[in-house]
Structure formats: C-alpha cells, structure tokens
Unconditional design. Structure first.
Length: 104
C-alpha cells in the first residue's frame, strides 16, 4: 500500500460547485477509482487560496496511474476543467508530494 499526497488548484469562485460535484461523483468514476485500488481518499480545501490537498492510499501505484487512460477519468476531467487549473488534456494540474513522516 502506498500513501499519496497531492496539491491541486481550485478557482476561488468554484468552491461550492466543486464540493457539489464531488458529492455526486459519477458512478463510473467511483468504480474506476475502486478498480484502480484507490481507497481512503480525501480532499481538503484551503479557502484562502483555492489550494486543494488530496490524500489517498493505493494498492499498486502503476495500476492507479493507469486510471488516466480510462474514459471515466477523461469524462470527469472534462466536467471539472472549468473549476480548476488544468493541463492541456484537461487533467488537473497536480503536484505530487513526498511523504516525510507517518504515525500509525
């Protein structure tokens, strides 16, 4: 199991809509995440600057990374693209964080 931390950037006028859309996550996106071995997934918002912090655990990092090839992820990215900073393929701009400490 691998713990992942990521930073993404939400537009300041999109906080409520972002939360609303995640509360109604597409069933196919939910299933794609489960199929990719993602669990214990949380996203936190810094309301002062729109920074999102995502934490999740994955069983296999390569299997999780392959989610980017799925139709479900591409559809979700297109749906979320107006709300956040994105790459040319509409995936969110993401900064992967290095784990420096963990306490069970």
């Amino acid at each position: 199991m691998k713990r992942l931390g990521q930073i993404m950037y939400l537009h300041k006028d999109a906080y409520e809509e972002y939360e609303k859309r995640h509360n109604n996550l597409f069933p196919e996106m939910r299933q794609a995440l489960k199929n990719a071995g993602a669990h214990n997934y949380s996203i936190f918002l810094n309301k002062k600057n729109g920074e999102l912090f995502a934490y999740l655990e994955v069983d296999d990092l390569q299997k999780y990374n392959d989610i980017a090839k799925t139709d479900a992820a591409k559809k979700w990215w297109a749906y979320m693209e107006p709300l956040m900073d994105t790459n040319p393929d509409k995936s969110p701009v993401t900064i992967d964080l290095d784990e420096l400490f963990h306490l069970d």
